[in-house]
Structures are given as structure tokens and as C-alpha cells.
Design a protein around this ligand. Structure first.
Ligand SMILES: Cc1cc2nc3c(=O)[nH]c(=O)nc-3n(C[C@H](O)[C@H](O)[C@H](O)COP(=O)(O)OP(=O)(O)OC[C@H]3O[C@@H](n4cnc5c(N)ncnc54)[C@H](O)[C@@H]3O)c2cc1C
Length: 487
């Protein structure tokens, strides 16, 4: 055993190695845009297998730290992040991972292009994709409902390609009383000299190093429950870099997403600006959630791709029973079955991205808009579960090595678990789909746009009226939609 060693799995340019992505883009993107998009994705594929991956490794190895007090006793609540994390932020700005979607230079195809960028970036980003998701969602909310002032400032920063002016945003919804159910939100807002002053505690706030956040609060005197909630914009620091009356209690000790700062914090008279009208909070934050749920799906997809790329590569290096494991038919079939699961997830996710692109460019039909609304929770829950399954199987495909921390492989599974929790758990999203079906007749939209196949008759079954079956219904819809998506 003295000289025993194994060759580690490797990845190469992740765009060049991804023929499924390339074929999809060749079919969907008009010829006039293809050359420049392919050239950019090729560059990004190189970075994802090179410097970004090294930065992500650095960020994972050096998780964020919180220093609450200066040596002289002043409360400072300073969160320090790694060099790798900071570099990943700059890269995201430079490559226009948020900006591409809002510049809309490729019209409705801009979202496809941008999500392809994110898909390549995310598995090498140590979850920098999380602040980007919330920033994109916030940019969309400000584009739709922001004041002219905020459009000129915050929106411009969120969609900047210049690392010096690029901003990210938090999305602070979860309180101690709940993340799925925000009706118990206890943060209050009272009118101050300039805008509102917020008071309350937020229990999960990722990307706490962002420059701004969108959050929910109840204006004093407003009714209880969801209808009393309003949406607010706030900046974390003032011009002197002092926190905006915010106290950071601690950073969460998480199963995965180790490089991402996720904090518990209290707002103690934090200056904020109302977005939209009082009481419109839930409606307005929905535009953020639509985006973050689609981001989650793309990141889950990128995660699956990475797990599979590593497993395929290893299968050509590891020998067992006298042959490379890829040459054992059962191992090959195991990987091929996972590959099929990935491809189905890919089809569904990019189908939803196409709808998003059309909606944002104002060319989606009414049925397509409903379909987008209906399929957003579906694609999120479906891809999250598939990425956990694929990550688990991919780890097994490495045998014992998959279980060893310093191979970096266990991270695949720890990180994948978050996809099904944040931005809505599986049950909550399945129920959300049922609600859309009831309220907006979304099932009809599914039938109108998606080819009616013999199997889709299953959807007419009366048992789906029962919320107990919501999950089953959601996965059935996902499979039927995938079945009917043309190449
Ligand atoms: C790493 C990480 C980072 C996060 N970052 C942020 C952030 O930046 N901003 C933010 O706002 N939040 C953030 N969150 C919080 C996250 O969005 C919530 O944890 C999530 O939405 C679930 O809410 P909860 O924790 O209250 O779970 P609960 O709602 O208590 O859910 C517990 C269980 O009950 C089930 N359940 C709940 N209601 C129903 C129902 N009606 N029917 C059936 N089942 C139900 C759920 O599916 C789940 O299995 C983060 C979470 C994590 C893990």
C-alpha cells in the first residue's frame, strides 16, 4: 500500500463539456446572438473549471466571521469574508450575471443567456449565487415598483457590471415565528423623519454583507396577518459605513453553504423606504420570490451537472474487478439513469426560464403568464429534490472516497440539502401550486400551453382537491410538463 494513490476527479471547461446545454442553446437562441453568447459561455466555462473553482475552495475553507465589538468596546458587528468570496463577487459583476437579464440586449432570450451564465457560475461560486438571486429579485421588484429615486440608485447598482459600483441585496422575510408562514411577522414600521423606522428581529438573513435589503414589516396600526404587511427597502450602512441601527447577533452554524454569511439580526429603528402601497408587502415580494425560486432551480441544476461530471470522470479512472468502473454495465447504467434525471430537470427549468424571459419583455400570452406562475413553485421543488438525489448517488459513485471530507465530495450532499428548504419547502410550494390552480385556474393554462397527452388526463382526478396529495400532484405535473416539452 506504500505507493497507493488514486487520481482525483477533474473537470475541464464546463461549457465545452456540456453538450446538452450547447444543443439546447443552438435550438433556442436566434443565430444573430449565438456567436457572442457561445464565446462568452466558453470563457465562463474555462473560469468555472479554473480560477472560480479555486476561489470557491478558498471561500469554503475560510468561512465568514463576525466581530461584534471593537477592542474599545464599541459595537461594530463586522462580518469578514474570504478573499475567494470577494473575488467571486467581482467576477459575478464583470460577467454580468445579474446585469445581462436587465439589459435585455438579446430581447426575451436574455434570460436564457443569463441563466446559462448562472448555471455555469453557480457550482463554482461557493453559493455566491445566493446573494445574486436576491439581488436579481430585488432589481426586478425595484424595476416594477421602485420609486424613481431608487431606480436611479439601487437598481442601477444591482445591475452594474462594474465591481466598484455593483451591489447585492438581502431578502429578509424569515422571523422566529416562521419563514413559510410570515403572517406572524412582528417587525414594526413607524413613520420617521425620512421614511420609516423598523424595529424587529430577523431570524435568517443570508448575504448579510450586502449593501441593501428588502424586508417585510407591519406599519403601526395595520391589521394582523399577511394583509397587514408592507415591503420596505433599506440600506445596511450609512455614508460613514456605520450600520443602519442593525445589530448582528450571530452567524448561523449551518450544514452546508459554509462560505455564505447567514445571520440573525435585530433592527433597532432602521431607516427604510416603503415600496408600493401599505399592505401590499406579500404581493410585492412575490416578484422577488419568483426570481429567487428560478435561480434556485438553475443552481440545483448546475449542482447536479457538477456532481455528474465528477462521477463520470472518476468512473474512467477507478478500477474494480479488473476494469474501469465505467466498463461495468451496472455502474454505467446507474450514471446514465442519473443523467436522464438531470436532462429532465434541465428541460423543465429552461422551459420556465423561457416563460420568464417572455413575461419580462411583455410578449407572454395570458396563458403563458399563468403557466409561469404555476410552474415556478413546481420547478423549484422538483429540481431541489433531484439535486439531493443525484448528489447522494454521485457520492456513492466514488465509493468510500465520496465519504471523505477532504476530497471535497461530501459538500455536494450537504450543500444540495438547502435547495429544498430555502425559498419555500417542498410542501409549501406544492400547496402554493394548488392555490394557483384554484385561484387563477392555472391547471387550465397547463393544458392550454402544454400538449395534451393521454397521461395528462390524470390531472383531472378529483383526488387532487385534497391538500394531502399536493406533493404527489406537483411531481405529476412536473413529469407531464417535461414529457410534453418539445426539444
Ligand atoms: C442556509 C439558509 C439561509 C437562509 N437565508 C434566508 C434569507 O436570507 N432570508 C430569509 O428570509 N430566509 C432565509 N432562510 C430561511 C428559509 O427561507 C426558511 O427556513 C424556509 O422558508 C422554511 O421556513 P421555516 O424555517 O419557518 O420552516 P417551517 O415553516 O417551520 O417548516 C417546517 C416544516 O413544516 C412544513 N410545513 C410548513 N407549513 C406547512 C403546511 N401548511 N402544510 C404542510 N407542511 C407544512 C414544511 O414543509 C417543513 O417541512 C434561510 C434558510 C437557510 C437554511
Amino acid at each position: 500500500m506504500k505507493n497507493f494513490f488514486q487520481n482525483a476527479p477533474e473537470i475541464k471547461n464546463t461549457f465545452q463539456s456540456d453538450s446538452f446545454l450547447q444543443n439546447y442553446l443552438k435550438n433556442k437562441i436566434p443565430a444573430e446572438y449565438q456567436k457572442s453568447i457561445f464565446a462568452h459561455l466558453n470563457k465562463v466555462g474555462d473560469l468555472a473549471a479554473g480560477s472560480w473553482l479555486q476561489w470557491a475552495t478558498n471561500a469554503e475553507a475560510n468561512p465568514p466571521t463576525l466581530t461584534q465589538f471593537s477592542p474599545w468596546g464599541k459595537r461594530i458587528d463586522e462580518i469578514k469574508v474570504s478573499e475567494g468570496w470577494l473575488n467571486l463577487e467581482k467576477a459575478a459583476a464583470t460577467e454580468g450575471i445579474v446585469a445581462t437579464a436587465f439589459e435585455r440586449k438579446q430581447k426575451e432570450f436574455s434570460r436564457i443567456y443569463q441563466m446559462a451564465l448562472l448555471y455555469l457560475y453557480s457550482p463554482s461560486s461557493a453559493f455566491y449565487s445566493c446573494p445574486l438571486a436576491m439581488s436579481d429579485g430585488a432589481a426586478r421588484a425595484l424595476e416594477l415598483y421602485g420609486t424613481d429615486e431608487l431606480k436611479k440608485t439601487a437598481f442601477k447598482n444591482l445591475t452594474s457590471r462594474d465591481p466598484e459600483t455593483f451591489w447585492t441585496s438581502g431578502q429578509w422575510m424569515t422571523e422566529r415565528t416562521g419563514g413559510s408562514d410570515v403572517s406572524g411577522t412582528s417587525t414594526t414600521a413607524k413613520v420617521g423623519n425620512a421614511g420609516y423606522l423598523l424595529n424587529g428581529t430577523k431570524w435568517f438573513t443570508s448575504a448579510t454583507t450586502s449593501q441593501m435589503a428588502l424586508t417585510l414589516a407591519r406599519i403601526e396600526g395595520a391589521e394582523a396577518g399577511n394583509r397587514g404587511l408592507s415591503l420596505f427597502y433599506l440600506e445596511l450602512r450609512d455614508q460613514n459605513k456605520n450600520l443602519n441601527n442593525i445589530e448582528v447577533h450571530r452567524l448561523k452554524d449551518k450544514l452546508g453553504t459554509k462560505a455564505l454569511p447567514t445571520a440573525e439580526l435585530t433592527l433597532n429603528g432602521t431607516q427604510a423606504t416603503l415600496i408600493g402601497q401599505p399592505g401590499e408587502g406579500i404581493k410585492r415580494i412575490a416578484s422577488v420570490l419568483n426570481i429567487t425560486r428560478i435561480y434556485n432551480s438553475i443552481c440545483a441544476l448546475g449542482h447536479m451537472r457538477r456532481a455528474l461530471d465528477l462521477a463520470w470522470d472518476y468512473s474512467k479512472k477507478r478500477k474494480a474487478f479488473g476494469a474501469f468502473i465505467i466498463d461495468h454495465p451496472l455502474h454505467k447504467k446507474t450514471l446514465n439513469d442519473l443523467e436522464t434525471k438531470f436532462q429532465k430537470s434541465f428541460k423543465l427549468t429552461f422551459f420556465v426560464v423561457e416563460l420568464l424571459g417572455k413575461e419580462e419583455c411583455g410578449i407572454a400570452s395570458e396563458a403563458e403568464k399563468k403557466l409561469l406562475r404555476a410552474l415556478t413553485p413546481i420547478v423549484k421543488l422538483y429540481t431541489a429534490k433531484k439535486s439531493i438525489l443525484i448528489s447522494s448517488e454521485a457520492i456513492e459513485a466514488f465509493g468510500g472516497a465520496g465519504y471523505i471530507e477532504d476530497t471535497g465530495l461530501p459538500r455536494l450532499l450537504r450543500d444540495a440539502q438547502v435547495f429544498s428548504i430555502w425559498e419555500g419547502t417542498t410542501n409549501v410550494l406544492a400547496l402554493d401550486f394548488m392555490k394557483v390552480c384554484e385561484k387563477e385556474d392555472a391547471l387550465k393554462a397547463v393544458f392550454e400551453v402544454v400538449q395534451f397527452t393521454a397521461n395528462s388526463k390524470l390531472l383531472l382526478d378529483a383526488k387532487w382537491k385534497n391538500t394531502e396529495n399536493a406533493r404527489e400532484l406537483a411531481f405529476l405535473v412536473a413529469e407531464l410538463v417535461i414529457e410534453s416539452i418539445k426539444a
